[in-house]
Design a protein around this ligand. Structure first.
Ligand code: GRF
Length: 227
């Protein structure tokens, strides 16, 4: 099997990165994690990646001052060095320029801790609780120049429970994130995700056909959104 070469970009603890590394340990998984790249030297995920035998790279944004293009050139060089085919942003806290994103169009994924298009940006769990939503969740989407936008590949819904605080809700959403990110990457790596304007088609349809997914995937708990 020709496994897609994936880099995971992180800035912090890297629990989604760890979930992708775990999924890719299965030799039948269609992607392999060839590098973990951090923009911060203190990102906890770097140690986790190394402990799993994954090569890490540091592209420290502070070394480039305000020059985002120079930072992204260094990032691009690291990606090319590892012959990366798909980029997964996982808690990567730098905004990428339109030029960089376009270069990786449909080959760069992000995970966001909310059911997009609701609650773009930061503090999603606090804002969800304040808004009194009954259902919250997580989204994996293709990255486009606009932040937390782009065709949705997979979503997982999480019920908000009475008495939930931000921490409780965040923990349940994070668990769902770990499941849908590896599922979404699998679908993309298998070439089963296409876009039709602003939305994703999986196996040619707005909603994935559960029968075509391997047993054990969590598709009943997640969906691509059709309009
Ligand atoms: C996750 O909640 C992810 O959705 C968001 O940043 C957080 C990163 O967490 N983009 P981790 O580093 O993967 O644990």
């Amino acid at each position: 099997m020709n496994r897609k070469r994936v880099a995971v970009l992180i800035s912090g603890r890297g629990s989604n990165m760890a979930a992708l590394i775990e999924a890719a340990k299965d030799k039948t998984y269609p992607a392999e994690i060839v590098a973990v790249i951090s923009n911060r030297p203190d990102a906890g995920g770097l140690m986790v990646a190394r402990a799993n035998g994954i090569t890490t790279e540091l592209v420290d944004h502070t070394a480039f001052g305000k020059d985002r293009t120079a930072f992204e050139s260094a990032l691009q060089a690291a990606l090319e060095k590892h012959r990366v085919e798909i980029v997964c942003l996982a808690g990567f806290m730098r905004l990428l320029t339109a030029g960089f994103v376009k270069q990786w169009q449909h080959r760069i994924l992000n995970i966001h801790p909310a059911l997009l298009p609701a609650f773009k940006g930061l503090d999603t769990h606090r804002r969800a609780l304040e808004a009194g939503v009954k259902v919250h969740g997580a989204t994996v989407h293709f990255v486009v120049p606009e932040m937390d936008s782009g065709p949705i590949i997979a979503q997982a819904a999480v019920n908000v429970r009475p008495g939930d605080n931000e921490k409780d809700l965040a923990a349940r959403v994070l668990k769902a994130e770990h499941q849908i990110y590896s599922l979404a990457l699998k679908l993309v790596a298998e070439g089963r995700v296409n876009t039709d304007g602003d939305r994703c088609l999986i196996d040619g349809a707005p909603l994935p056909n559960t029968k075509t997914l391997a047993a054990g995937t969590i598709i009943p708990r997640c969906s691509s959104t059709g309009k």
